[in-house]
Design a protein. Sequence first.
Length: 348
Amino acid sequence: MKILVTGGAGFIGSAVVRLAISRGHEVVNVDALTYAACLANLDSVSDNPGYSFEHVDIRDRDALNAVFAKHEPDAVMHLAAESHVDRSIDGPADFIETNIQGTFNMLEAARSYWTAKGKPEGFRFHHISTDEVFGSLGAEGLFTEDTPYDPRSPYSASKASSDHLVNAWHETYGLPVVLTNCSNNYGPYHFPEKLVPVVILNALAGKAIPIYGKGDNVRDWLYVEDHADALLLAMEKGEIGRSYNIGGENERTNLELVESLLSILDDKRPKADGSSYKDQITFVADRPGHDQRYAIDPTRIRNELGWRPSVTVEQGLELTVQWYLDNEDWWQALLDRKGVGERLGVKA
């Protein structure tokens, strides 16, 4: 297939591009190259004849029309989004413009192209979203595809809006869509503002390792390469008009996750003075509106498409730590980008 991937220079998008190319697909990567994008994520496939790059912002409808006309994709995987909750608290406008208006532009560009092509049956518009649209769970229960939406942050509200647009374009115009909502991703090429890379890089730099509140917020952790595998499967075999929740089946509190990461670092790169990296943990004021718990029920994608995660969180965290230890040149080049290393999301 020829797949148009938006946000393909980002963390999850680049994992999708690398995996798709490895499986023989052609990929058109559409990316605006905003602060969290990194074309170095795609060095392993950039010379592949099946890969092409278009420096285009999804807020530019005319440019999107030109990309569809030029490349004539068989499917779209729409990952481009502003995704950092703390940044959404400080500057929500970017999230409204990219996640809502940008998704509207993608839907309209795809619908126009699909219609002009005679509405081919094989065409798919796969929208990639988050479990944060469902809000916050208590101590029990899991998010299913039927859980009512209850977003709590500007980020999750913007993604919820984009999900509703995608479903509306299917119901109103018949656009063949598939929607997926994932749990927290981690792994190689994770931009150094999210929890896992912040912990690793602050530990190595001898800096304080900040944990919001008491560290008792619970997330379901999904290795990014497992997620990419699930996304390609949903795009290829998911039922049109259906949504699929993708989870790692690995719930951990933030404190448990951080302590696991630091134990791995203690083993792989012990400190000269024999102390533990855990001594650098510092508890800081909580994020405004911090959801307490996310947890996904992945029964639908397991039963209908046969997908399950291939690595446990312990295996995935060890792979991730080793990748950061082995790829210092990659993350060092990103440390001077705007907002990296700063506490964001406190303006509220």
